[in-house]
Design a binder for this molecule. Structure first.
Ligand code: URP
Ligand code: ZN
Ligand code: ZN
Length: 480
């Protein structure tokens, strides 16, 4: 049995910060100790000096797409390369998306994604399920998937003919989720309206990347978010809006939360750090920034930072879905609708959100909550993950709050030929990363064993109580 003692650091959790040593026994946290506590059998303990560093629960990225098929190609990070890159950046768990094949069952999709991930991951991983074909059979399967730890299901209001579900299908899936204790995750963009705007732009001869943003206006994200919230209210299921990018969508989430609805949302670093002018960069450069929802104009980012501070936005995930510029983004030269949608980011989430601390948008404690504790709670991982409590998995990051470095394709570890943040200087970085008691990154080296990551069976939604469905038939007029 190996033991680690992380000493002289400042432990940070959402409830505060304190000087404490962290003792790890095998795969779990054994104790938080007063600094300098003497350990019996000290000879067998590996000491990690965290002087001047923060000691935080390992990051949880609740939204990644390793090897995702999209527009005739696959996201360029495999589970092996993408989870290594995640570890470099201080993320110790990802929740990726398995996809139900269009003519097949969710279970088939899960089996495919499980076999891609198994024995290949550097850190622990779980799965959400993308329902691409909401049939009776698929709805029935949801119960079994929940029992196997897939407790959240993503639906798309975008991409008609590919991943899209109509409102009836969405309501049916939400009702099934309410029955089996699952959460619905929503890609909220009005895809039917967007497709009209896309065809019109192409017909006018506008195939350049900047049109991606123009044809997906923020009001269509706001409208879809509103509809998703109403449908979830009717069904009585928890709703989690993924990759929220627009002020209009945030307004809908704020309103729903003020009414006590079980509505949650994440945003992603690209919506906090980038503005829509990146899609208009000369040549075909703009293709690097094509993702959906698109990067928004000036103003939305400030609103999102405010939402993170006020807890109207609960989580920052990456939506990591990288496509190489040279060979993959190229598929959409001359027709922006064919550019594979997605950006790389899994390696940089902890550092980018950390910039919000120095900028005064969030506290240190909130940084830990947004990047680890809240996703653990919402997606049924807490307290095994996202916690430094004795008995929790020893997923720990020793984070240097003053290390300055520059984000670049020359130095990142993601399997993609560009960085969406090329040249951006950041302060703060993961020094030592521990996954279930095993040191995987230390001293600027990746030292983790191959295939160390394990599948994590997740529990049910861990948010607030969900109000009863609005449209439930009552037994008499008084509802008794
Ligand atoms: O552009 C994006 N977001 N690609 C990944 C798929 C998705 O919708 O999350
Ligand atoms: Zn999406
Ligand atoms: Zn995504």
């Amino acid at each position: 049995m190996s033991r680690l003692l992380i000493e002289h650091g400042t432990v940070v959790t959402p409830s505060g910060r304190m000087a404490a040593d962290v003792l790890v026994d095998d795969e779990q946290i054994a104790a938080l100790l007063a600094p300098g506590t003497v350990i019996h059998d000290d000879a067998e303990v590996v000491h990690i000096d965290a002087s001047g560093k923060l000691v935080v629960p390992g990051g949880i990225d609740a939204h990644t797409h390793m090897e995702m098929p999209f527009g005739g190609t696959f996201a360029s990070d495999t589970f092996a390369t993408g989870t290594r890159a995640a570890a470099w950046g201080g993320t110790t768990t990802i929740v990726d998306f398995a996809i139900q094949p269009r003519d097949g069952s969710p279970r088939e999709g899960l089996d495919t994604w499980m076999s891609r991930a198994e024995s290949n991951c550097a850190i622990d991983y779980g799965f959400h399920m993308i329902l691409s074909d909401v049939t009776e059979a698929a709805l029935k399967e949801m119960h079994g998937l929940v029992a196997d730890g897939v407790t959240s299901f993503k639906l798309f209001m975008a991409y008609p003919g590919v991943l899209y579900s109509d409102d009836g299908q969405i309501l049916r899936a939400m009702q099934a989720a309410a029955e089996c204790g699952a959460t619905i995750m929503m890609h909220a963009e009005n895809g039917i309206a967007i497709d009209v705007l896309v065809s019109q732009a192409l017909a006018r001869g506008h195939g350049e990347p900047a049109m991606h943003g123009v044809t997906r206006p923020s009001v269509l994200e706001g409208e879809a978010t509103h509809r998703a919230i109403v449908l979830a209210e009717v069904a009585g299921c928890p709703l989690y809006i993924v990759h929220l990018s627009a002020q209009e969508a945030l307004d809908e989430v704020v309103h729903a939360r003020d009414e006590g609805r079980a509505v949650f949302a994440e945003t992603c670093p690209q919506y906090l750090f980038l503005e829509d002018d990146v899609m208009a960069r000369p040549g075909f450069e703009g293709a690097k920034y094509v993702c959906s929802p698109p990067i928004r104009p000036h103003g939305h980012g400030e609103a999102l930072w405010r939402g993170l501070g006020t807890d109207d936005l609960s989580v920052v995930s990456t939506d990591h879905c990288p496509f190489c510029f040279k060979e993959q983004k190229e598929l959409g030269r001359g027709d922006f609708s064919k550019i594979p949608n997605g950006l790389p980011g899994v390696e940089h989430r902890m550092d980018l959100v950390f910039q919000g601390v120095a900028a005064g948008h969030i506290t240190l404690e909130r940084w830990v909550e947004l990047t680890s504790v809240a996703p653990a709670r919402l997606f049924g991982l807490y307290p095994k993950k996202g916690s430094l409590l004795p008995g929790a998995d020893a997923d720990i990051v020793v984070y240097d709050p003053v290390r300055a470095h520059t984000l670049s394709k020359e130095t990142h570890h993601m399997a993609v030929d560009y960085s969406a943040y090329e040249g951006l200087g950041v302060t703060g970085g993961a020094d030592t990363v521990i996954s279930r008691g095993t040191v995987v990154v230390h001293d600027k080296q990746f030292v983790g064993p191959d295939g160390h990551g394990r599948y994590v069976r997740r529990g049910a939604f861990g948010g607030i109580d969900v109000p009863r469905p609005r449209m439930q038939p009552s037994t008499n007029a008084k509802g008794t």
